[in-house]
Design a protein around this ligand. Structure first.
Ligand code: SF4
Ligand code: SF4
Length: 137
């Protein structure tokens, strides 16, 4: 992740230089997982292609879907600038606050193995106990 300390050369967010990082995913806040059911749900998210989970510097948890905005142009400009959603208008301001300048993640789980390793390192028992098989089942 690029870290730019000299903000003075940027009057506006450098979206073309950045290649539109923030137009290429959707992230939705989720509850911090605290029990086996929650851990299993996060594992389920992470078993899907192009789905990641991250924890930001405020310790909030998000599920992230890596998918380009449909109106993102090949030159990394917005194809519907006048009607872009409010979240797009606000992102990147003040200059220096967006992911071009600083990695927003405290933890980033690219896949289920990353998350399981994180839980193991914390000594968390996330596995369901399997019931012994019966004759019928
Ligand atoms: S607002 Fe920031 S992260 Fe988004 S495209 Fe512009 S420079 Fe990149
Ligand atoms: S609407 Fe425009 S600014 Fe918003 S995510 Fe799409 S391309 Fe980016």
């Amino acid at each position: 992740m690029t870290t730019h300390t000299d903000l003075s050369k940027y009057l506006v967010p450098p979206c073309t230089e950045c290649k539109a990082k923030c137009c290429r995913y959707v992230a939705v806040e989720i509850d911090r997982p605290t029990c086996k059911h929650d851990y299993d749900t996060v594992r389920w998210y992470l078993l899907h292609k192009n789905v990641q989970v991250y924890v930001d510097h405020g310790k909030d948890w998000y599920v992230e879907f890596a998918t380009d905005c449909e109106v993102l142009q090949p030159d990394y400009m917005c194809g519907d600038y006048e009607a872009r959603p409010q979240i797009c208008r606000e992102h990147g301001w003040p200059v220096g606050s967006c992911e071009f300048f600083e990695d927003p993640c405290r933890h980033y789980f690219k896949g289920v193995k990353d998350f399981e390793a994180y839980l193991e390192k914390k000594g968390i028992d996330w596995r369901w106990k399997r019931r012994p098989k019966t004759e019928a089942g």
